[in-house]
Ligand binder design. Structure first.
Ligand SMILES: NC(=O)c1ccc[n+]([C@@H]2O[C@H](COP(=O)([O-])OP(=O)(O)OC[C@H]3O[C@@H](n4cnc5c(N)ncnc54)[C@H](O)[C@@H]3O)[C@@H](O)[C@H]2O)c1
Length: 335
């Protein structure tokens, strides 16, 4: 099979590409290598992929309409795994237009490419942040998600709506994956695990928001990748029983699905910090801070549908996953 992975130099994208290449598939990766965080980390991830003869990389911006249309027409992908996006909740407060360009215009360019080239399945990254103000736990894809609390979340919800339209109008099969706080080796420098590890190793204080009174459903990178590649094989069919009055938001009369990918067990922020302290062997200097705008108090994924269709249930414990990250960080940064 020939896959397109957008965001191939990213945390989740490069790891997904590694998985598919190991299975013998052909992968074309695109990324604009932007400097939202250190470009050298993106280049190092790419360097893990480029020796494989079944991998090719194109430096391309999703918002480059012509470039995207040409790539799709030339390559004729079987499956598209769309992971490139402007990520991060906090950055969307300062830089809202970055989200419009990459996440709205960019998502449209991917949808158009799939529409005009008969792509068999588009799998794309949504986010647990779409649950916004919801308080019913665990979060389920059958819940309505109409109250986001950050522009980032709003663009991810918009991606689901745009995808539904293309599934309905042009029968593009689409599966949206709501990722729940992904962590692990080669992770993102703007996320808590990376920032905390770096600060602790440098003897600097760590900022703990909402005085530590938060919880996250943390999902280890290998579990996320396994979920993505398995979902890619499950091409959604229209649900003929679905109707707008009683139908669930998770599927449709169109070939459209949404899934949560999370561990299904929230971890308190302070327990997460303890796991990092243990993995490093140093106690953190803690700087307790108020809640940040755009953040949510808790996330917890109901992962039943993912398990039903793929047989995969994320398993990796935070203690194990954090240790893997810290070992990678120390080796990569030689600290
Ligand atoms: N990591 C998480 O915890 C998490 C949680 C929920 C959702 N997500 C989503 O999963 C996807 C992958 O996230 P990640 O953690 O790997 O992030 P990442 O930032 O490491 O990877 C995204 C990649 O996309 C590239 N990119 C961004 N805008 C682009 C554009 N306009 N054109 C081409 N390339 C572009 C970036 O250079 C980057 O390499 C994103 O869609 C993100 O929103 C991630």
């Amino acid at each position: 099979m020939k896959y397109l992975i957008t965001g191939a130099a990213g945390f989740i994208g490069h790891s997904t590409a590694e998985n598919l290449l190991a299975k013998g598939h052909t992968v074309v990766g695109i990324d604009n290598l932007n400097d939202y965080y250190e470009v050298s980390l993106k280049e190092s991830r790419l360097a893990l992929l480029t020796p494989n003869e079944n991998f090719s990389f194109v430096k391309l911006d999703l918002a480059d309409r012509e470039g995207m249309a040409e790539l799709f027409a030339k390559e004729q992908f079987d499956i598209v795994i769309h992971l490139a996006a402007q990520a991060g909740v906090r950055y969307s407060i300062e830089n809202p237009f970055a989200y419009a360009d990459s996440n709205l215009i960019g998502h449209l360019a991917v949808l158009e490419g799939c529409r005009h080239n008969k792509v068999k399945h588009l799998v794309y990254a949504s986010s647990s942040s779409v649950y916004g103000l919801n308080t019913k736990m665990p979060f389920a894809t059958t819940d309505s998600v109409d109250h986001p609390v950050s522009l980032y979340a709003a663009t991810k919800k918009a991606n689901e709506l745009m995808s539904h339209t293309y599934s309905h109008l042009y029968q593009v099969p689409t599966s949206g994956l709501r990722f729940f706080t992904v962590y692990g080796p080669w992770g993102r420098p703007d996320m808590a695990l990376f920032k905390f590890t770096k600060a602790i190793l440098n003897g600097e204080p760590i900022d703990i928001y909402n005085n530590g009174n938060m919880a996250r459903d943390f999902t280890y990178i290998d579990d996320i990748v396994e979920g993505i590649v398995r979902v890619a094989d499950v091409i959604p069919e229209p649900n003929s029983d679905w109707n707008p009055e009683q139908g669930s938001p998770k599927d449709s009369s169109a070939p459209y699905r949404t899934y949560n990918i999370g561990n299904g067990s929230p971890v308190k922020l302070m327990d997460f910090v303890t796991a990092i302290e243990k993995a490093i062997g140093v106690e953190a200097i803690k700087n307790f801070m108020p809640m940040q705008p755009g953040d949510v108090h808790q996330t917890w994924a109901d992962t039943q549908s993912l398990e039903e269709v793929t047989g995969h249930k994320p398993q990796v414990s935070v203690e194990h996953g954090v240790q893997q990250f810290v070992d990678w960080y120390r080796a990569y940064y030689k600290i």
